[in-house]
Design a binder for this molecule. Structure first.
Ligand SMILES: CCCCCCCCCCC/C=C/C(=O)SCCNC(=O)CCNC(=O)[C@H](O)C(C)(C)COP(=O)(O)OP(=O)(O)OC[C@H]1O[C@@H](n2cnc3c(N)ncnc32)[C@H](O)[C@@H]1OP(=O)(O)O
Length: 392
């Protein structure tokens, strides 16, 4: 690909740009109606030469195609052979414009360059985070950039404990990420914790006559939540920035990569809470680490360090906390440039073998927890946690 880039760059000398690369349809329509003059077109060609950064192959192909269409009309040259990769890519891009009128191609070229130039002008400024944020979430921050959609748990003062609203929002965010044009999706936490697991206040303010119904709905929520991870179609990465507890540990096995800070710990205190494993861990953990090590974690609540979790295969790689963010995002940005469909298909090939088993396990774990939540053991443990501040 590097060779392709080099040769494409030489074709029309772009030196710059960060951009979303898409000319919005509305903008395109209005400017096309006005029409770009030959002078605008020539000036745009000159601007391309002044770009400071390489805009990437996709844009360069688009520019090439629009230039050819604007100057020569619809593609009529013979299709290059399959092994003539560069010329074939250029031909495909031009041919894809079909019968687009020369004037429209000229205008689109001018619009595209103008978008590149304005983003180049501001390329030294970091866009405010809020500009890239996707609105509509109260408990998460969702951003999309550089082919990566990041879903960040955002209740740092509560150690990113998962409220019922948060489970719902994560499911919505995953649904959106599965359909957006990003290559990789990342789940991480804001603040010192990755997540302290289920928010134990999910069990409060429930009157005795509604507890069974709440437990039934809780089991459906849990099953649907875990199901979203089982079925997620793109590479899914956990950037475990700090300690992880409960369900934020068990679901990790459903991720494709788990990168952890060396400050992270992994803890599933289910028995202490009168509860039982979820997130498919009753199946995935023994399979991953053997029944003995899985029992230490899932039955006896042994807390693992990041290095121990890595040795057990639960974590892919551990990074020093001081360089965690930099190293992880650099790595992921490189991965996000790999061919998107190949990544997606490879993930599905790896995951499809056990999908059915995972869904069956998820359903069974949710059913058992529904009963557990009604038990005295569970109620007492949660009351103990919630009243511990009063005791201090
Ligand atoms: C009828 C039922 C319907 C239920 C529907 C649920 C559906 C899905 C269920 C999925 C099943 C999942 C199971 C699990 O995840 S089990 C694990 C649960 N988590 C825990 O047990 C952790 C509890 N928290 C702690 O032990 C400590 O808070 C922790 C070690 C994480 C941090 O300790 P530290 O001393 O450093 O900090 P604080 O305790 O002072 O915490 C700061 C504030 O954050 C609040 N907090 C933190 N974690 C939780 C939590 N999990 N639930 C509720 N609140 C949490 C803590 O209370 C502090 O708040 P305040 O400052 O207001 O006191």
């Amino acid at each position: 690909m590097a060779g392709v880039t080099g040769r494409l760059v030489r074709g029309w000398c772009p030196r710059a740009v960060r951009s979303s690369l898409q000319v919005p349809a509305q903008l395109h329509m209005s400017k096309t109606a006005m029409g770009a003059s030959q002078k605008d077109f020539e000036s745009a060609m000159n601007q391309v030469k002044l770009l400071e950064k390489d805009p990437g192959n996709e844009v360069k192909l688009k520019l090439y195609a629009l230039y050819k269409q604007a100057t020569e009309g619809p593609c009529s040259t013979p299709k290059p052979g399959v092994f003539d990769l560069i010329n074939k890519a250029k031909w495909d891009a031009w041919n894809a414009l079909g019968n687009l009128p020369k004037e429209t191609a000229r205008q689109n070229y001018v619009d595209l360059v103008s978008g590149l130039s304005s983003s180049s002008d501001s390329s030294s400024q970091v866009k405010p985070e809020a500009d890239r944020e996707q609105a509509g979430y109260e408990t998460l921050v969702m951003t999309s950039e550089d082919g990566i959609t990041k879903i960040m748990l955002n209740r740092p003062t509560k150690m990113n404990a998962l409220t019922t609203q948060m489970y719902q929002e994560i499911m919505l965010a995953l649904e959106a990420a599965s359909k957006d044009d990003s290559t990789i999706t990342v789940l991480t936490g804001n603040g010192s914790y990755f997540s302290s697991g289920n928010d134990l206040t999910n069990f409060t303010h429930i009157s005795p006559d509604e507890i069974e119904e709440k437990a039934r709905r809780g089991a459906i929520l849990l099953r649907d939540f875990v199901g979203c991870f089982i079925d997620f179609p793109k590479p899914l990465v956990a950037a475990v920035n700090g300690p992880a507890v409960g369900i934020s540990v068990t679901i990790l096995r459903l991720f494709d990569l788990v990168y952890a800070s060396d400050r992270a710990t992994f803890h599933t205190p289910f028995s202490h809470l009168g509860q039982t494993p979820e997130g498919c861990s009753s199946y995935t953990f023994p399979k991953l680490m053997g029944p003995g090590k899985a029992a230490e974690m899932l039955i006896f609540g042994k807390k693992l360090t990041a290095a121990e979790a890595c040795a057990q295969g639960l974590v892919t790689e551990v990074f020093p906390d001081s360089t965690f963010q930099k190293e992880v995002w650099t790595r992921l940005k490189a991965y996000s440039k790999l061919p998107r469909n190949a990544l997606r298909i490879s993930k599905q090939m790896i995951r499809n073998h056990e999908k059915e088993k995972l869904h069956a396990t998820n359903a069974e774990e949710s059913r058992i927890l529904q009963e557990r939540w009604l038990s005295d053991e569970c109620m007492n443990a949660i009351m103990n946690f919630l009243s511990r501040k009063a005791k201090m």
